[in-house]
Ligand binder design. Sequence first.
Ligand SMILES: O=C(O)CCC(=O)C(=O)O
Ligand SMILES: [Fe+2]
Length: 198
Amino acid sequence: MKETHFRKIKLRDADIIYLQDFLSGLEANAYFTQLMEELKWEQHYIKLFGKTHAQPRLTALYAENDSSYTYSGLTLQPHKFHPLLKNLTEKLKEITPSPFTHCLANLYRDGNDSMGLHSDDEKELGQNPVIASISLGATRKFRLKHKEFKDQKQDLLLEHGSLLLMQGTTQHYWKHELPRTKKEVGPRINLTFRNIIK
Ligand SMILES: O=C(O)CCC(=O)C(=O)O
Ligand SMILES: [Fe+2]
């Protein structure tokens, strides 16, 4: 049997598991190359205080149905699941019984690309959502901050081929972000699988 390295992240009010080797190195390389080429990467813009800003990353939304997904004031219309994303939902079944209808793909082109502090707590995700986040490419720092207890923080390095599972009350009590970095880093793809309840 394949040996998997599960790490339970010990944080109050959270249920977070990190699997360093969800994908083997070779599998992860293949997914990275193909997804980079084949996903329909789009630049989106957000309005902040009346000013329009390009999001500091590219995104693509995929789903098994045609429900749109709204997050940080932006409604995205999904493309039909790419076969490789479908494969990954099958592989996730070995880890969690949670169904996943949608995959939000993010491409961080370099260290200037980032994602601001937020929780994945949109109404259509329901209570205590399970979010399965797969990382490919450059290792980047992922930071968690408790909403109430400001001294409660945790940095995690998300590695090529890894899976981060956030479940239980995590989104209720914690925010997370992917900060920019001045380090020279290559591109990174992150895939967050979510279950959208209609
Ligand atoms: O890139 C990451 O690891 C985080 C992505 C994320 O938080 C999201 O898509 O909601
Ligand atoms: Fe998130």
